[in-house]
Design a binder for this molecule. Structure first.
Ligand code: HGY
Ligand code: MN
Ligand code: MN
Length: 417
C-alpha cells in the first residue's frame, strides 16, 4: 500500500474512534489505547507482517529481514494519549514505522535484519503517574512495586489490574520480553510538541538528547484552616501561601538556570485546595499539587530533589506547615546514539530534506531504551499548536519527510552489521 495513504487512513481511523467531546482520549490500558493497538495490528497484517504481543500488551509488527538471527531494529512509540489531547503524540511514531515498511516493500527492499514496529503501552504519566510503563515493562525495567502501587487517576485501579483486564500477564513482567543486548537499535519518530521547527520553518529535527525528569505526582502541604479575617498574619498556617513560596523559589531557580545556560524546566500541572472544605473566607489548611521537573543534566536532576526537600523544610519553619512530598518518580536523561544520529543526518542531507538538530524537552520511550543500553535515536516532526491539547496538528508532508529519512536509514544503515 502507498505509504502516505496508509498513514493518512490510519490517522483518520484513530481519530474517529478515539475522539471525545473536546479532543482525543486514549487512556493507558483503556478502551481508546486498545482500539489503537488493534488498528495498527490490522494495518500490519494487510502488509503481511508478523504480529505478536507481550505480557504488558505491547504490540510488535515485524518485517522479516534476510538474516532472521540478526538483532532487529525496533521502530516504536506509544499509542496512549493524555485526556482531550491530540491524535499524533505517540501514534505518529507507530504509523511512521508501518509507513517506512510499506515504503521498503514498494521498492522491494529486503532489510538485512528484522524491522519490528512496536506499539507501546502507557507512556503518558498523566494516567498512572509514572513514566514509560510499556517500554520499561518490555525491557524488564519496571519500577519495583509499580504494578501494585501505581493506580490510574480516573479508575483508582492498580496497574496490575489494568494490565490483566487488557489481557496481559503482570506476573510475567519480572523478566524482560526484549533483551536490550539483542537489539540493534531503537528509533522513534515523534512530533516536536513545541514551537522550534515551526519558528525555524523546518519539517524535521534530528534529536540530540532527551530530558530526564523528577516528578512528585501527588504532593501536598498541610497547615491549619482558620478565619481569614480573625487570624492575624503571624499566626496563620496557610498551605496555599506555602506552596506558592515553593513555586516562587523554583521559578527563581529557573531564572538562574536560564542566565547560566543550564537546562531546566518545571511545571505545577495540578494545584488544588480541598473542595469539601475550601471557601473564600477560610485560610486554606491543605493544598495538593504535582511537580514535574526536567533537565538534560542528570547530576542536576539528582541535586533538584535535595533542593526541593530543603526548600520545603525552610518553608515549613517559616509558615508552620508540613509538606508531604510523596513518592518521587524518576527517569534519567536519554543519551542518544551518535552514529545513528550521524546516519540520520546523512540521510536527510542525501534526500535534501531541510532539518535541524535539537534537544527534546518532552520525555519519550526512547529514553527507556537508551537507559537500557540500546543504541537509540529520534526524529522530530514539525507540529503546530504544541501538544497535550486538542489543537495539536501535523502536516502529512512533514510526517512523510521524517518517514523518508527513516526508510533511507533502514535500507542502508539499518541493514549494516
Ligand atoms: O511527559 C512527557 O513529556 C510525555 O509526553 N509523556
Ligand atoms: Mn509522546
Ligand atoms: Mn505526551
Amino acid at each position: 500500500m502507498e505509504p502516505g495513504i496508509l498513514a493518512a487512513s490510519l490517522f483518520d481511523e484513530l481519530a474517529e474512534a478515539t475522539r471525545d467531546d473536546v479532543g482525543i482520549t486514549r487512556a493507558s490500558y483503556g478502551e481508546g489505547e486498545a482500539f489503537a493497538h488493534g488498528a495498527v495490528a490490522r494495518a500490519a497484517r494487510t502488509l503481511g507482517l508478523e504480529v505478536e504481543t507481550d505480557p504488558a500488551c505491547n504490540t510488535y509488527m515485524t518485517l522479516p529481514g534476510s538474516d532472521r538471527a540478526a538483532p532487529p531494529v525496533i521502530i516504536g512509540s506509544h499509542l496512549d494519549s493524555v485526556a482531550e489531547g491530540g491524535n499524533f503524540d505517540g501514534a505518529a511514531g507507530v504509523v511512521a514505522g508501518l509507513a517506512a515498511i510499506a515504503s521498503l516493500q514498494e521498492s522491494r527492499t529486503t532489510p538485512g535484519r528484522d524491522i519490528r514496529v512496536m506499539g507501546i503501552r502507557a507512556e503518558e504519566s498523566a494516567w498512572f503517574g509514572t513514566s514509560y510503563i510499556g517500554s520499561r515493562a518490555a525491557l524488564g525495567a519496571l519500577a519495583p512495586g509499580a504494578l501494585e502501587t501505581a493506580r490510574r487517576a480516573d479508575t483508582g485501579r492498580t496497574l496490575a489490574e489494568h494490565i490483566r483486564a487488557a489481557g496481559g500477564d503482570p506476573d510475567a513482567l519480572d523478566r524482560p520480553f526484549l533483551e536490550a543486548a539483542c537489539l540493534h537499535a531503537f528509533l522513534e519518530i515523534h512530533i516536536e510538541q513545541g514551537p522550534v521547527l515551526v519558528e525555524q520553518d523546518l519539517p524535521v529535527g534530528v534529536v540530540t538528547g532527551i530530558r530526564g525528569n523528577r516528578r512528585l505526582p501527588a504532593a501536598r502541604c498541610l497547615g491549619a484552616y482558620s478565619h481569614c479575617g480573625g487570624m492575624p498574619r503571624r499566626s496563620r498556617q496557610d498551605a496555599v501561601m506555602a506552596v506558592t513560596d515553593l513555586i516562587a523559589r523554583l521559578d527563581r531557580l529557573w531564572d538562574e538556570c536560564e542566565a547560566t545556560g543550564r537546562d531546566f524546566a518545571f511545571t505545577v500541572g495540578k494545584l488544588s485546595t480541598d473542595p469539601e472544605r475550601h471557601a473564600m473566607t477560610i485560610v486554606p489548611g491543605e493544598c495538593s499539587f504535582s511537580l514535574d521537573m526536567r533537565s538534560l543534566d542528570g547530576a542536576f536532576l539528582d541535586d533538584l530533589e535535595d533542593r526541593v526537600a530543603e526548600a520545603a523544610r525552610q518553608i515549613e519553619t517559616r509558615r508552620g506547615v508540613t509538606f508531604e512530598l510523596g513518592a518521587a518518580t524518576r527517569a534519567a536523561p536519554g543519551v542518544l546514539d551518535e552514529s545513528i544520529r550521524a546516519g540520520l543526518l546523512d540521510c536527510a542531507r542525501s534526500l535534501d530534506i531541510p532539518h535541524n538538530e535539537m534537544a527534546s524537552g518532552a520525555s519519550h520511550d526512547s529514553a527507556a531504551f537508551a537507559a537500557a543500553g540500546v543504541p537509540t535515536a529520534m526524529l522530530f516532526v514539525r507540529n503546530p499548536h504544541g501538544s497535550h491539547n486538542p489543537d495539536e496538528a501535523m502536516e502529512l508532508d512533514d510526517f512523510m519527510a521524517a518517514v523518508n529519512i527513516l526508510t533511507r536509514w533502514l535500507a542502508t544503515e539499518g541493514a549494516r552489521e
